[in-house]
Design a protein around this ligand. Structure first.
Ligand SMILES: C[S@@+](CC[C@H](N)C(=O)[O-])C[C@H]1O[C@@H](n2cnc3c(N)ncnc32)[C@H](O)[C@@H]1O
Length: 296
């Protein structure tokens, strides 16, 4: 993804310095700048006052977003660009974008002083005296955060869930287990396509609680249950015709053995993920995730 834009030395330099435009975008998403401009343009002074930003800094921040083609100049002040309206405001909710930006910001420190810490045998976070909680621990410790992340994933994953539901042959399937199912977005899509089906979503306890809330607002609520468990360690419920694991990224032998025990005779295990064809480079998102984990 990045290599396509690197044709000259200047492009390499631009990427090298991309952390600041990235942070400027993250701040805009977390502060809600784009949604402030939905009704129309506003002058820089008004925006500076809104978030108590020193006027000169605010002006340069806004110009940075103009250079990214996310804002544009209009006589009344700064306005949303067509790109920002289409790709940001009309794609996900403000809450989902805010959560995505929060996650990116919290991961930033992994990159600080990387040249000095890349050789650290253990965690670079520990070496820098910083702390990044393990995902499962964090979700367990903070129900409000779990709820926020579950809602964001639900929204972001809806198109994929629909696609999976259209692709899967569910003939003869009565019970499905949705491993690491989060909000249950995939299960809900499957339930919509197949009237005789019921689903059990297995995920961390606080995630299940947040998922139950979402499913509870749908007419499918009586056909979906949430089973709190750590899929890396806990035994799984049994008696399923289909187990689906959609973009969870937890692949290990012990889990697959427990999945096999959870399946009825002739049952199927379906993994949904972007897997790299042999000999090809992995998608950049996978590499970024793997690199991040290797620094923990
Ligand atoms: C990226 S989300 C995907 C959720 C859902 N499958 C979807 O496609 O939207 C990954 C999910 O895996 C769950 N997960 C990750 N590690 C887990 C673990 N050890 N035990 C249970 N759930 C886990 C997370 O809580 C999260 O809901």
């Amino acid at each position: 993804m990045y290599n396509c834009c690197m044709k000259e030395a200047q492009d390499v330099l631009t990427l090298l310095r991309a952390y600041l435009p990235s942070a400027a975008l993250g701040a805009a998403l977390e502060l809600g700048l784009f949604w402030k401009l939905v009704e129309g343009p506003l002058p820089a002074e008004v925006l500076a006052r809104e978030w108590n930003i020193p006027p000169r800094r605010c002006h340069i921040w806004l110009e940075m977003l103009v250079s990214l083609d996310l804002l544009e100049h209009q006589p009344e002040g700064y306005a949303l660009s067509r790109r920002a309206r289409r790709e940001i405001v009309e794609t996900y909710s403000q809450d989902a974008w805010e959560t995505l930006a929060l996650e990116a910001r919290e991961r930033y420190p992994a990159g600080e002083d990387l040249a000095l810490h890349l050789g650290t045998p253990g965690s670079v976070w520990d070496a820098k005296g910083r702390r990044l909680l393990d995902y499962v621990d964090q979700m367990a410790a903070e129900p409000a955060r779990a709820r926020r992340f579950v809602r964001m994933w639900h929204e972001v994953r809806e198109p994929l869930a629909e696609e999976v539901a259209q692709l899967l042959d569910l003939r003869g399937v009565e019970r499905v287990m949705d491993l690491g199912g989060g909000s249950g977005v995939v299960s809900l899509a499957l339930l919509r396509t197949s009237a005789g089906l019921s689903a059990v979503v297995v995920d961390i306890e606080n995630v299940c609680a947040a998922g139950r809330e979402i499913a509870g607002r749908t007419p499918l609520r009586d056909r979906i249950a949430y089973h709190p468990a750590d899929i890396l360690h806990d035994e799984l419920p049994g008696g399923f015709d289909l187990v689906i694991e959609c973009k969870v990224g937890v692949y290990e032998q012990g889990l697959f053995q427990r999945v096999a025990r959870a399946l009825n005779d002739g049952g199927r295990f379906v993994l949904v993920d972007e897997l790299t064809p042999e000999g090809q480079a992995p998608p950049i998102d996978h590499l970024r995730y793997a690199f991040h984990n290797s620094l923990r």
